[in-house]
Design a protein around this ligand. Structure first.
Ligand code: FES
Length: 249
């Protein structure tokens, strides 16, 4: 498969990014003010739009051949709210709504209204624009910024550091699995290691290993926490364990 072209933001994100994910409030992590991976690039078709729901927001994702980059629009046409993800990428390479055929450029600008009388310019109205979200690609994934688009370029993408350091040194199991529950339920489950001896008995767990999980919190703040568990899992047979939780994932 051909390697996808590198897509960058107008202001490239670097280690010098000035803004932390989570917004400017030091006490509260705003989950919208962060980059989220939504698809492996290898799974994305370029000849049709598709849908994704991010933090409750329905999105239409599509390949903009003119700009050679991925686009994320609110999945709701500014005309009569039809889902743009059910439309098509037309012959001009624009996203076309399935209901009345309005078409949109990658920046969200309405380009054409087929029913419009000659000489009128309703497509130039601001309210005819589709709402767009910033996108970026990194480590084989498409990322979308869910918050204020003006903050996107300054907010670092949550990259996996060892992959950055040695991209060819790892085998990435790039499977994507939809789970029928929300992210917070999954998150609670993953950081709750005390369930493993019972839920996963005879696979990765053993009921005989159930015991106290005495995690010493080393640091904690808006961005997450770090802890140390002296005994570690399986009653110490695997040594101690360090835990680092990075909000919001
Ligand atoms: S609802 Fe999209 S063109 Fe009418």
């Amino acid at each position: 498969m051909a390697k996808p072209p590198v897509q960058t933001l107008e202001s490239p994100i670097s280690a010098d990014s000035t803004r932390q994910a989570g917004g400017s409030d030091p006490q509260r992590f705003d989950v919208r003010e962060a980059w989220y991976p939504v698809f492996y690039l290898a799974d994305l078709p370029r000849d049709r739009p598709l849908s994704f729901t991010l933090l409750g927001e329905d999105l239409a994702i599509w390949w903009d051949a003119q700009a050679q980059c991925w686009r994320a629009f609110q999945d709701s046409c500014p005309h009569r709210l039809a889902p743009l993800s059910e439309g098509r990428i037309n012959e001009a390479g624009l996203l076309e709504c399935p209901y009345h055929g309005w078409s949109f450029t990658g920046s969200g600008q309405c380009d054409r209204i087929p029913q419009q009388p000659e000489g009128t310019q309703a497509q130039t109205a601001k309210r005819a624009c589709a709402k767009t979200f910033p996108t970026a690609i990194a480590q084989g994934l498409l990322f979308i910024y869910a918050g204020n688009p003006e903050n996107a370029a300054e907010t670092p993408i949550p990259l996996v550091d060892p992959l950055e350091d040695m991209p060819e040194g790892w085998v990435v199991l790039n499977t994507f699995r939809d789970l029928p529950y929300d992210a917070l339920t999954l998150l609670e489950n993953v950081i709750d290691s005390s369930h493993i001896p019972y839920t996963h008995h005879q696979s990765v767990g053993n009921r005989a290993n159930a015991g106290p999980v005495e995690l010493e919190i080393i640091s904690a703040g808006k961005g997450g926490f770090q802890g140390f568990w002296q005994e570690g899992p399986r009653r110490g047979t695997l040594g101690s364990q360090h835990t680092r939780f990075v909000a919001p994932i």
